[in-house]
Design a protein around this ligand. Structure first.
Ligand SMILES: *[C@@H]1O[C@H](CO)[C@@H](O)[C@H](O)[C@H]1NC(C)=O
Ligand SMILES: *[C@@H]1O[C@H](CO)[C@@H](O)[C@H](O)[C@H]1NC(C)=O
Ligand SMILES: *[C@@H]1O[C@H](CO)[C@@H](O)[C@H](O)[C@H]1NC(C)=O
Ligand SMILES: *[C@@H]1O[C@H](CO)[C@@H](O)[C@H](O)[C@H]1NC(C)=O
Ligand SMILES: *[C@@H]1O[C@H](CO)[C@@H](O)[C@H](O)[C@H]1NC(C)=O
Ligand SMILES: [Fe+2]
Length: 621
């Protein structure tokens, strides 16, 4: 890490780092992705006028019944006049505009560029240079197994401990593939309800019976059948790479109680349906084909489901809550750098010729449209409806009344520990400022926030009023959940360490899908070396190993001395209790090993994405 920091201070990226390129084309795409990253700037036209002074003048945050009401409403009015709803950027909801809007976006972009990107860019470029120099190690990527060599003592700046243990040794296990739906990519799979769902496709009874001891319909009737559906990717605009539009069944095995894959249908070309009864090569290809669709969904949905949901609710808060308000102070902390992301998504990912066009099977414009469709029309933009337990229960993953419980659910297990700690903190915080529900109801600024969010901001499914302590606690807990648990499960360090690890998770296929089974060479579908470097570079830019052990991690979520100094003793004590509980959880997560069965949390890999001493406290890119 020191090496990285030293280099960073002395250089400005690609130009000064040596490149010992083997293949002449290798690395050019990787470098261009880095260049895009460096070119991000405030996208808004600078507008003239006076930026309101947002300095908190009092010694303590106060709710609006307190002194100085005139000053307070003048401050809010100044924000309302200068922080405006502008055209969406990179899709989704409104993006800030106006003098204050410009100022806030510019500040977030400038901060992220000055403090966060330099070590990330330097680490990524060093890794890229090293990977290129070590080309002879990879045996020309002639076999699928050669792709695991890409991680042997590689990527060590942006991935200091290497890939998630098991990711490069156990990826052929069916349990590896299925348990990813319950850990690092948990937002698509749902249990089928025999009273309200129908089967999208069938597989022969004797095949299902051979694999599971039951027919497909028997599994379905018993509430043991699960489904993931990516058919909506079939119509997207393609690049010159390939992808299918899979849907797939998973099931809880009647004898082992394990959650396993049962069938994958490609919905593309010959529309083959694969099962574990197929040849090994066909079946692993089917899982890779599914993973391409899954990665697409996980990434473009996360923009809609986390960044954009909190962005618009926060914008409504800025226009209605005084900067003196403790809730505004809390949101200011949780929304750290929030406005830097859409400009970055536009420039680095979605623009013509940018990273999506370079590395995915569909275009950058398709990615943006797909993301916005999930935000606006497919439920990801909804606030209350996506509360942690509400979402999981709706999908039949917890508290299911018509089928057996999952024996392991790592996303829920780890998420619950953190969610409970956040909720406990928010309960103390809210109770310390509001002695009753009627005190919340009497807070005119909170009422204005809910009205604004549901009115001009057009936030989706935000609470229609915030008139009880429990509603305020739930609202704030969900903000904190989205910026931490929800986001870092599918993004940040997790991309490079697990969900885009090769050979199992390419961002696109490099050959058209087979039209028959039994003639499959899996390696033909995997990226060539220059595309490998692009995928590694792109995902490395999202990693934040530099945060480990610093006050940017989750355990420091409320450890903002400037904020706590203006809060009450009860909140300060809740913040330190949060930190202790997260420290304890970090010890548990970082100490995970494989059991004698070769599993951790019921999975053949070790999942540590939510270690509170590693994952950030806020949204990152
Ligand atoms: C079921 O398994 C048996 C033995 O394991 C095998 O001979 C048979 O072909 C299988 N049937 C199907 C439909 O896969
Ligand atoms: C769901 O189940 C958990 C235990 O797994 C329980 O603690 C929780 O109260 C249940 N929630 C609901 C809404 O029933
Ligand atoms: C079998 O695969 C090879 C390439 O891997 C291809 O050239 C050939 O056409 C395939 N055969 C059939 C019958 O599809
Ligand atoms: C981290 O700590 C440093 C030094 O105390 C401080 O300047 C900085 O604002 C803190 N960062 C965050 C995000 O709290
Ligand atoms: C997974 O990989 C680890 C080594 O990386 C090994 O110890 C463990 O036994 C493997 N688990 C299974 C189920 O193969
Ligand atoms: Fe993100």
């Amino acid at each position: 890490m020191c090496l990285v920091l030293t280099l960073t201070l002395g250089c400005d990226g690609a130009a000064v780092l040596p490149r010992q390129s083997i293949a002449s084309t290798a690395g050019t795409g990787a470098q261009s992705i880095v260049s895009l990253w460096k070119s991000v700037s405030n996208p808004l036209p600078s507008s003239s006028g006076t930026v309101p002074d947002l300095t908190v003048t009092g010694n303590y945050y106060t709710t609006p019944k307190s002194p100085n009401p005139l000053l307070r409403s003048t401050g809010i009015l100044a924000k309302r006049l200068t922080f405006l709803y502008g055209t969406p950027l990179a899709g989704g909801p409104y993006f800030p505009t106006g003098v204050l809007g410009f100022e806030k976006v510019a500040a977030d972009v400038a901060y992220i560029e000055a403090t966060e990107f330099p070590p990330v860019l330097a680490g990524t470029l060093l890794d890229d240079t090293q990977a290129t120099a070590d080309y002879s190690k990879y045996n020309d990527l002639e076999t699928v197994a050669d792709y695991t060599k890409l991680y042997s003592n590689e990527c060590r700046n942006q991935l200091p401990s290497g890939p998630a243990p098991g990711a490069e040794t156990n990826y052929t296990e069916d349990l590896f593939f299925s348990m990813e739906r319950l850990s690092n990519s948990p937002y698509q799979v749902r249990r089928l309800n025999p009273t309200s769902d129908t089967l999208a496709f069938t597989i022969a009874d004797n095949i299902a019976q051979n694999l599971t001891g039951r027919t497909l319909n028997q599994l379905f009737q018993a509430g043991r059948l699960f489904y993931a559906d990516y058919r909506d990717q079939g119509e997207l605009t393609r690049t010159d790479r390939y992808a299918a539009a899979c849907d797939a069944y998973f099931y809880i095995d009647p004898s082992s109680a394990k959650f396993l894959p049962l069938a994958i249908r490609s919905n593309y070309g010959a529309n083959l349906i694969y099962t574990p009864a197929d040849d090994a090569a066909d079946w692993i290809l089917a899982k890779i084909v599914f993973n391409v669709n899954d990665f697409w969904f996980a990434q473009w949905n996360h923009l809609a489901a986390t960044h954009e949901v909190v962005q618009i609710a926060y914008m409504a808060a800025i226009r209605t809550l005084s900067e003196e308000h403790p809730v505004q102070a809390m949101l200011n902390r949780l929304m750290f750098e929030v406005f830097a992301v859409q400009p970055l998504a536009q420039t680095v990912l979605f623009d013509p010729g940018a990273a999506v066009d370079l590395t995915f099977a569909y275009t950058g414009q398709a990615a943006q449209d797909y993301s916005t469709d999930y935000y606006q029309n497919k439920g990801s933009g909804r606030f209350v409806d996506n509360y942690f337990q509400t979402d999981l229960q709706r999908r039949g993953l917890i508290n299911c009344t018509y089928g057996p419980a999952l024996s392991h659910f790592p996303f829920y297990e780890d998420g619950t520990v953190i969610w409970n700690a956040i909720n406990t903190f928010m309960t103390s915080f809210v109770q310390s400022y509001y002695s009753s529900d009627s005190a919340v109801d009497a807070d005119s600024e909170l009422q204005a926030w809910a009205k604004e969010a549901n009115g001009p901001a057009e936030a989706i499914d935000f609470p229609t009023s915030i008139s009880s302590r429990s509603t305020l606690i739930a609202t704030l807990t969900h903000f904190a959940h989205l910026v931490s648990i929800s986001h870092h499960t599918v993004n940040t360090n997790e991309l490079l360490s697990l969900s885009s690890t090769l050979p199992f998770h390419p961002t696109a296929l490099y050959a058209p899908l087979p039209t028959i089974k039994g003639n499959t060479s899996v390696v033909d579908f995997l990226p060539p070396f220059d595309k490998v470097l692009e995928q590694l570079t792109l995902t490395a830019l999202f990693a934040r190993p530099q945060f480990v052990g610093t006050n940017r991690t989750l355990m420091h979520m409320f450890d903002d001395q400037a904020m706590l100094g203006k809060m009450n003793a009860q909140t300060r004590s809740a913040a330190s209790a949060f930190m202790s509980s997260m420290q304890a959880f970090s010890s548990q997560v970082s100490g995970r090993t494989f059991g004698s069965d070769g599993l951790s949390q019921g999975m053949p890999f070790i999942w540590q994405a939510l270690d509170p001493n590693v994952a950030p406290f806020s949204l990152t890119t």
